[in-house]
Design a protein around this ligand. Structure first.
Ligand SMILES: [Zn+2]
Ligand SMILES: [Zn+2]
Length: 320
């Protein structure tokens, strides 16, 4: 199968999966009353999911992995020569997932690495899109380590990469989805929202627990699982970080380099201008939308007298 056809198929599967998860969130929510357009929805969708992913894909594949591949000669290595596509996908899935578990655990333990991960925990309303919020550095490290071995070692990277990327996106959406799901015995092996949503809760007990991404067995094997009977609760304070965190994409990245108090910075005119740019833009867009709907209803009302003109005649007829 050629790559463009495979990418079309994986894209269709991904959008269908997203529609399924969105419907599931509405039908059976884990946390009731969570709005679809929740706090940070547009930052996650526009900045993290669309713009950041687009540029990081180019950076990681064309400017990091391609030069590595150019300098590393693996023609002598034929490890995966006789492996089927399924065997290769499973191999890269398991090995990368173990790496992600260990690195994620390190990110929670090390102060410097935490700066590359706190963004992921900053949302107080977790849903299917919340998993996309990941710091640039975190994505560069994790995706280079994930895809470089596939591109360099696999005889079929053009097939393995899209399949692996699809599975990442599907699992990412699923474990963050605000859905009520009970995995029973399967929870010892596969990760699910009932385990990962606790990882996003603002409780000391989970600051160092439930690190798994796809296979929860790592948490069970290494003794880092936290799975009580109750849920974290519906209050905003039950979720996300215990400290204030910026809402803006660029300020979130700046905050990982240097801590600052947004309220104090508002004294500076340039910061004030930038800080209010997004709400002003949003206000302007809402204004435009209102104007559009007003002019549409005006057009409709100018047509109305034509109907009203009939009324006297109708009355006259009825009086008769
Ligand atoms: Zn984490
Ligand atoms: Zn998460």
């Amino acid at each position: 199968m050629d790559q463009s056809k495979l990418v079309t198929i994986t894209t269709i599967i991904l959008f269908s999966w997203m529609a399924f998860i969105i419907a599931w969130e509405r039908i059976s929510p884990y946390r009731k009353g969570l709005p679809f357009f929740r706090d940070g929805f547009w930052v996650d969708l526009v900045w993290y999911t669309i713009i950041q992913s687009y540029f990081l894909k180019i950076l990681i594949f064309d400017f990091i992995i391609a030069p590595i591949q150019h300098h590393v000669d693996v023609t002598g290595l034929q490890w995966f020569k006789n492996w089927t596509i399924t065997e290769q996908v499973l191999f890269f899935l398991f090995t990368h997932d173990l790496y992600i578990y260990l690195f994620h655990r390190l990110q929670h333990a090390n102060k410097l690495l935490w700066r590359t991960h706190e963004a992921h925990h900053s949302g107080k309303e977790v849903d299917f899109l919340a998993g996309s919020r990941s710091h640039i550095v975190e994505i560069i490290i994790n995706q280079t380590i994930e895809f470089a071995p596939i591109v360099i070692l696999s005889p079929n990277p053009e097939i393995i990469v899209p399949i692996k990327a699809l599975l990442d996106a599907m699992f990412g959406m699923f474990i963050h989805a605000n859905v009520n799901v009970r995995f029973g015995k399967l929870k010892y092996f596969l990760n699910s929202p009932e385990l990962h949503l606790w990882h996003h809760a603002n409780y000391r007990e989970v600051f160092h627990a439930n690190f798994a991404t796809k296979f929860s067995m790592w948490d069970y094997l290494f003794g880092t699982v936290y799975f009580p009977e109750n849920k974290p609760g519906d209050l905003r304070d039950n979720w996300g970080l215990y400290y204030d965190y910026p809402k803006d994409y660029f300020l979130q990245h700046a905050f990982s380099v240097k801590r600052f108090d947004e309220q104090k910075l508002l004294r500076y005119r340039w910061f004030n201008w930038y800080y209010n740019l997004r709400p002003r833009l949003l206000e302007w867009m809402i204004g435009q939308w209102k104007n559009l709907s007003k002019s549409a209803s005006k057009k409709k009302s100018t047509r109305e007298p034509a109907v009203k003109e009939l009324e006297p005649e109708e009355n006259y007829i009825s009086c008769d």
